[in-house]
Design a protein around this ligand. Structure first.
Ligand SMILES: CC(C)(COP(=O)(O)OP(=O)(O)OC[C@H]1O[C@@H](n2cnc3c(N)ncnc32)[C@H](O)[C@@H]1OP(=O)(O)O)[C@@H](O)C(=O)NCCC(=O)NCCS
Length: 202
């Protein structure tokens, strides 16, 4: 496969083309039409729609922040805490754009020597086409340029001991487990829930 990647001047967007494909529905075709850029206030309705529909209703019960408590579940809440240009409560937001439509987003937090990937969501109908991987690579490339040692993240294990369905996806993207813990976030989800901490050195 031949890759062509281009960074935007503000270092917050990339375009990757693979084989110059423009038609069809293959992963490489989707990737050839994706741009990652900083989110803007105008993206809020799309961010909320994707956040509310990226997993089936109730699928994440016992695994994730209850929807009723998520800032990303309501456009008014998200709008109220939005800080220009692309920040929400210390997190930076980036969107993957496919043919002018928001296809997914990722949020990150600067933690000194490391970059924490807080949240990643791809529109349900577009999952499995490489968009999530592309967003993760974007975060890793940006963290590397900023001199970070690693990208870190947390996923969850429910009270029955089952990891959230993306756990093996993170492993297949090169992330390894560094520990498990109960904390403020897991306590909000429910008793017995644990956060699986993961890391990829850059
Ligand atoms: C998790 C998520 C971000 C992944 O994004 P995506 O665009 O669907 O994933 P991609 O298309 O980039 O990944 C496809 C690859 O993962 C592999 N894959 C898919 N499911 C997998 C699994 N359960 N375990 C391991 N690998 C898996 C595919 O085989 C493919 O591999 P390849 O790159 O070698 O061909 C997306 O599915 C999503 O938004 N899920 C709901 C929200 C969520 O769970 N977020 C993470 C919270 S921790």
């Amino acid at each position: 496969m031949s890759f062509r990647s281009a960074m935007c001047r503000n270092e917050t967007c990339t375009v990757i083309q693979i084989n110059g494909a423009r038609h069809g529905r293959s992963v490489s075709d989707v990737l050839s039409r994706i741009l990652v850029r900083s989110a803007t206030r105008e993206d809020i309705p799309a961010l909320v729609r994707i956040s509310n529909t990226s997993v089936a209703e109730d699928e994440d019960v016992g695994f994730g922040t209850p929807r009723s408590e998520s800032l990303f579940s309501d456009a008014r809440w998200l709008s109220a805490v939005w800080e220009e240009p692309n920040r929400v409560r210390g997190e930076e937001l980036f969107v993957a754009v496919l043919d002018d439509e928001i296809a997914g987003f990722v949020t990150t937090e600067d933690r000194g020597a490391e970059m924490e990937l807080i949240n990643i969501d791809v529109a349900r109908e577009l999952q499995g086409r490489g968009i999530g991987t592309h967003l993760v690579r974007f975060v890793e490339e940006r963290a590397r340029r900023l001199g970070k040692r690693a990208v870190t993240l947390g996923t969850s294990r429910n009270a029955a001991g089952t990891p959230w369905k993306s756990f093996s996806w993170w492993q297949s993207r090169g992330y390894t487990v560094t520990g498990e813990e109960e904390n403020e976030w897991t306590q909000r989800i429910g008793p017995g829930v644990r956060e699986i901490r993961m890391r990829k050195d850059l």
